[in-house]
Design a protein around this ligand. Sequence first.
Ligand code: ZN
Length: 571
Amino acid sequence: MLGALPLNGSVAVSVLAIWRGCFRRISAPTSGRMEIKPRWEPGPGILVTNATIGQGRWTVQAKATVEAKCPSCGAGSTRRHSAYVRRLQDLPVQATPVELHVGVTRWRCCNKLCPRQTFVDRTDHVFLPHARQTCRVAELARSIGYVAGGRPTERLMRRLGLPQGDDRILRNLKRHAASSNKPLRVVGIDDWSWLKGSRFGTIIVDLERREVVDVLHDRSATSVAAWLERHPTIEIVSRDRCGLYAQAARQGAASARQVADRFHLIQNLRLAIEQQLSYNYRSVGSAHTLGAPPQDERSALREHRQMVRIGRRSVRLEQFRKVKALHQSGLNLSRIVDETGLGWRTVATWVTVDVLPERRLMDPRSTNPARFQDFLARLWDAGCKNGRKLLIEVRKQGYTGSFSHLERLLSKWRHTTSTPAAPVEKPDTHHVPAVTAIPSVPPIAASILCMKPRAQLTQREAAKVDSLKESLPNFAVMRRLAMRFRGILRGHDATKLDGWLKDARETGLYGIRRFVHILQRDIDAVRNAVSETWSNGQTEGQINRLKTLKRSMYGRAGTELLRARMLPLRV
Ligand SMILES: [Zn+2]
């Protein structure tokens, strides 16, 4: 029996043997069998009877010695029904795999009133019913799988003497993924992309305990609302300014307070400032006049967008001319890159062309009926004006969007007598007149400077801010507003917000007024963003972790696996 074991004092103590907690005693000179035997035990209630080596692995024979007690009624039993042997992978010895053969007994329940007729020895603390490995092996596989993922864990475990397939490792990991049972009070919700700009999922973070509580497959108000309904203890929902999650919170957690994310509020203000600054870059010859009263909100917005577009185009044109001039003066590419701050690829393209290349606009996706506009227009002209019929036809062409989305497009056609194939509004980029008086800082850089407190500015940046204040109309006004807005967000006094909104509106700057308008649509959540300390910062951090995990698995992991690796590991 154990006397045959090739054990002596020279056997080194491997890492796993330490974890196993048994090998140190075996490796020391031993005096008798009875001392060695318990050292092979996989856990209490299992008596080891033999251990042999062969075919590259240890086989440990054992039997369950737990008390026969019915799990339903608790009555003891002495009536044996049958017996069989469970084969389980156990922790290795010196990287040699160990297989445990445990004889277990099935007993008859002696209690006539008990619904259960037979039961098996309960050894859940060592191995679970139907498991092919002991609990401690499963724990180890989960711990490594959680950090490293399926394939790397498979390779590592093989080296350690624990050969397991990656499917089994991942199944084990997914089965045990569970969020904490403690009631949730404050959650942060945000989206993340499966495929950039195309398909999105949702992540939910417990902001109090700083851990992920769930990862949802999609980004929809319905699924988030359903999730919130299952967690009625939630009092505060922190979310970005995406209307979808606001709607989900109203549906699923009506009594919860919503908090808009401060980072996104700052970002949105910066964008508004950038757009407003773009006005200064439009050409003098442009038909748009700053400050002209808009006829209505929609046309004002259209005009605003058009001016922003023209402004951006003008900036690019100016940069293009600068690159060409530098190139003609004999500078090489890296010098031009240093000089202009543009990307290497952009500069490399621009020096080879004579005309500024147009920005490639993305084709509408298959969920957008605009992608099938020509096809739909042909049917429409041919007299087919029934939305449902058109939906059937356009589906055959690959449309994957909804009926209501299609109807929005069709309703525009129904209200116009003109030909439906009116092209989608595109920027009039071919006829940008000569640009005059372009300030030296592009709007995006100027807007970033505009938002930055003076204490954080470098000397060079401070000089730029001063010159922008002098050269650009309204820069100083917007900078004052931006600084006040930052102060309000930090100050936790929501009453100051009203004064700010009033002053911002009174500036008369369209970009800023529009920002105010959007804030007011979500004003309660914005107020909470000022008064509450919660923010979505850690949700953003968890999204970064999720992205890293997603990429480390080559984008092949499904929601279940991502969720298992995002939730805290509970072994
Ligand atoms: Zn029973």
